[in-house]
Design a protein around this ligand. Structure first.
Ligand code: SF4
Ligand code: SF4
Length: 341
């Protein structure tokens, strides 16, 4: 993989330069949180961001959007005029989540509402130092080798940039005056030292080995009732999760008219209506059953289908849950470890 360098003070000029490839989106501080936002002012981008409150999925798979407008037996889709975008600042965990989403929306058939947006989206990843809610080393998503066009590692006085695609290559060649092609042995040494330092900074440790078997053995565990008792069914954990893709589809149509919009909207397996079928029967009536579904899907079912968990250890659900339901605590409890509940 080609690597180049960029001086620290040249980052704003570089981001301005790559704006010729599309709208620039990046983490911007708003009061006490960081949000992924379109910005023309590159100085607004907050490089200290660990996690944005909503992840990249809001751009590739918007919370609510019109799939097509229909009138009689004709329809027009909403896929024309999608903008080219650059998402700056995705950390390795989010890039792994992006790869999971890519797989999910293309494996059985191409979902054009996702893939058309994805084709027009460039990814510039950015290195991070984990905080107390990060556990991407446990999910093995703490480093990335694919899924980005460029990836910047902050090595104090300069950024080491990995070039991950031909589009990324074009971006670096667009800004020749500030991109330095000369990687020196001491630069690589600095990179290796930085990797060691970052590895030493993980504060949370969770053992995710044998989770499929542990879930099998814990199907009737009292833990689900106890944790479900606390859950508010607010769905916030699924809304913020970069690997939760569930949605529902409905028609927006006025009474007496034969035209309208087919809408797609994020859904959550924690909502009571999610598992409700005709005549009002609900397969997961209780909050405990719905909570169990979420964790079983993430750490057992997805492993069977896709060969890896559908959790990338980003810590968003831990940060967001209003009643402190914590994936790490649940895993530890299921493993029989002593935890303070
Ligand atoms: S389950 Fe929680 S920690 Fe895992 S990817 Fe989703 S939001 Fe992040
Ligand atoms: S955020 Fe917490 S309370 Fe809300 S649905 Fe998720 S687990 Fe339940």
């Amino acid at each position: 993989m080609r690597a180049v360098k960029l001086r620290k003070q040249d980052l704003p000029a570089f981001l301005k330069c790559v704006q010729s490839f599309g709208e620039l989106w990046g983490p911007v501080r708003e009061k006490d949180r960081q949000v992924l936002k379109k910005t023309d002012d590159v100085n607004q981008i907050d490089l200290t961001t660990i996690r944005t409150s909503l992840p990249f999925k809001k751009l590739l798979f918007p919370p609510r959007f019109s799939m097509f407008h229909f009138s009689g037996n004709k329809y027009t889709t909403s896929l024309e005029h999608l903008p080219n975008r650059i998402i700056f600042g995705l950390h390795p965990c989010d890039i792994h989540a992006l790869l999971i989403m890519d797989d999910f929306f293309t494996r059985s058939f191409d979902d054009p509402y996702y893939t058309e947006r994805r084709k027009k989206t460039a990814i510039i990843g950015f290195s991070c130092i984990p905080d107390e809610k990060c556990f991407c080393h446990a999910t093995k998503t703490d480093t990335v080798e694919e899924g980005f066009d460029l990836f910047l590692t902050d090595l104090d006085d300069f950024f080491l940039i990995w070039v991950g695609s031909s589009l990324g290559d074009d971006m670096t060649r667009e800004c020749p005056k500030i991109i330095d092609e000369g990687i020196l042995p001491e630069d690589l040494k600095k990179y290796v030292e930085w990797r060691k330092y970052r590895n030493s900074q993980f504060k949370m440790d969770i053992d995710l080995t044998s989770m499929p078997e542990i879930f099998d053995l814990s199907y009737d565990s009292v833990i689900w009732e106890e944790e479900g008792e606390k859950c508010l069914s607010c769905g916030a954990c699924t809304i913020v999760c970069p690997t939760c893709p569930c949605y529902h589809v409905y028609d927006k149509i006025e009474m007496g008219k034969i035209e309208g919009e087919r809408m797609r909207q994020w859904d959550s397996c924690l909502f009571k209506e999610y598992s409700m079928v005709a005549e009002g029967h609900n397969f997961r009536e209780s909050r405990a059953e719905r909570l169990k579904l979420r964790f079983t899907h993430k750490l057992q079912a997805f492993v069977g289908e896709y060969g890896k968990p559908a959790c990338v250890g980003c810590g968003r659900c831990i940060e967001t849950c209003p009643v402190d339901i914590d994936i790490a605590t649940i895993v530890r409890r299921l493993r029989g470890e002593e935890v303070k509940v």
